[in-house]
Ligand binder design. Structure first.
Ligand SMILES: Nc1ncnc2c1ncn2[C@@H]1O[C@H](COP(=O)(O)OP(=O)(O)O)[C@@H](O)[C@H]1O
Ligand SMILES: [Mg+2]
Length: 368
């Protein structure tokens, strides 16, 4: 069986323990403190919280994900869906439906998991008061049972039309619920900072900050080597370091590359650095449609800016040398191109440096 997973959360044997982080997080949850947790995409934020709560006795987990949320109605729908996932005992579903009765909820069974899902009428979900109602139900839950409330990819709420107002409503409700631990996860640093650390923001000073970086190299090497060993593949430290370099040390990308290495090998293999090229080719083939689609949405100029970032790195992108290399006339044009690339989630700003969301996309572009 393939011992690697990527692009989803991991648990159990697929999860490399992070004892220090798990302990700290558990103690905050235990004491009912709110936490804002920031880390790049695929560093393992969501998995860390899920695994930590799973090991804690008698605490339920409410998990709503706001990745690419469209509007306030969509915020409500995601909260309702998370409420319905909390417990699939019939009585709770019945009760939730009663509390949400005027939102005209419908219950359906998710065909893949077999669990019931509750959704609300989209016109009703769009009404401003609906958010309050849904949060009332959440409050009723946290009173009824000790619950950890996980609000994932929280920064995306800022992007919706009435984002500020939605955040203000959330904040006022969360203040009423001071014994419940709320965990806000975010992968876009500047946006999370805007929500939590700006004076004007209603979330200012409300939570403890918690940073999740990449997994310690020694620990992750031992874990990954162990995973390969389940299929009698051998991984040297040198090879692991080469994998980590290619995958920008990010757990999710390391696992993706290992998954490709696993596919191309059989029991008894000892990997060599040259295998990485073949593994990348597997990833490029899998991602071909996705990568070409991303490029097709860009103008020629935006593509040149992107390619130049791939070639030269994303640091001094307004310098004369960068403009020359990208064949762009003005810094203003670079700025516009970069804004588009950020909006499309192709690149992101990391402390003033532009980085590719996916190191594999960067490699793919360089080879074209
Ligand atoms: N503790 C871990 N052990 C092993 N792999 C991990 C771990 N955390 C994350 N990963 C890898 O990263 C991927 C993304 O994890 P996820 O928790 O969704 O990250 P995030 O929420 O930060 O985007 C997983 O599919 C897995 O490949
Ligand atoms: Mg996540």
């Amino acid at each position: 069986m393939n011992p690697f997973k990527y692009g989803c959360t991991v648990n159990g044997d697929f999860f490399c323990p992070r004892p220090a982080l798990e302990r700290e997080l558990a103690s905050r949850i235990e004491s009912g403190q709110n936490v804002v947790m920031q880390g790049d995409r695929r560093t393992g934020k969501t998995s860390l919280v899920l695994e930590t709560v799973r090991h804690m006795k008698s605490i339920a987990l409410f998990h709503a994900d706001f990745l690419c949320v469209r509007d306030q109605a969509d915020v409500c729908r995601r909260l309702v869906a998370a409420l319905a996932r909390l417990e699939d005992s019939e009585s709770w579903i019945t009760k939730t439906i009663r509390m949400l009765a005027h939102l005209r909820p419908t219950v359906s069974i998710d065909p893949s998991s077999g669990t019931p899902t509750v959704t609300v009428d989209s016109r009703v979900a769009a009404e401003p008061a609906t958010l309050d109602t849904v949060l009332d139900v959440l409050l009723a839950q946290t009173k009824r049972r000790r619950t950890c409330v996980l609000l994932d990819e929280f920064q995306d709420i800022l992007d919706i039309d009435d984002g500020e107002r939605t955040l203000a409503v959330l904040r006022s409700r969360i203040q009423l619920d001071s014994n419940t631990p709320y965990i806000f996860l975010g992968s876009i640093r500047n946006k999370m900072a805007e929500i939590f650390f700006k004076y004007s923001s209603p979330f200012y000073h409300s939570t403890a900050a918690f940073k999740v970086g990449n997994i310690d190299a020694d620990e992750f090497f031992a874990f990954i080597r162990g995973r390969f060993a389940t299929g009698k593949r051998k991984l040297t430290r040198q090879m692991f370091d080469a994998i980590a370099r290619t995958a920008r040390d990010t757990p999710g990308f390391i696992q993706e590359l290992c998954d490709a290495l696993w596919q191309m090998s059989s029991g008894g293999t000892t990997f060599e650095e040259s295998d990485i090229q073949e593994a990348l080719a597997i990833i490029f083939a899998r991602e071909h449609d996705h990568f070409t689609f991303a490029i097709k949405q860009l103008t020629a100029q935006q593509t040149r800016v992107l390619r130049t970032i791939a070639e030269r790195g994303g640091k001094e992108i307004y310098s004369g040398a960068f403009l020359d290399a990208a064949q762009v006339f003005s810094a203003a044009s670079v700025k516009k191109a970069v804004a588009k690339l950020e909006r499309e989630n192709i690149i992101y700003n990391y402390d003033g440096e532009y980085r590719f969301g996916s190191p594999f996309f960067c490699e793919w572009l360089l080879r074209r």
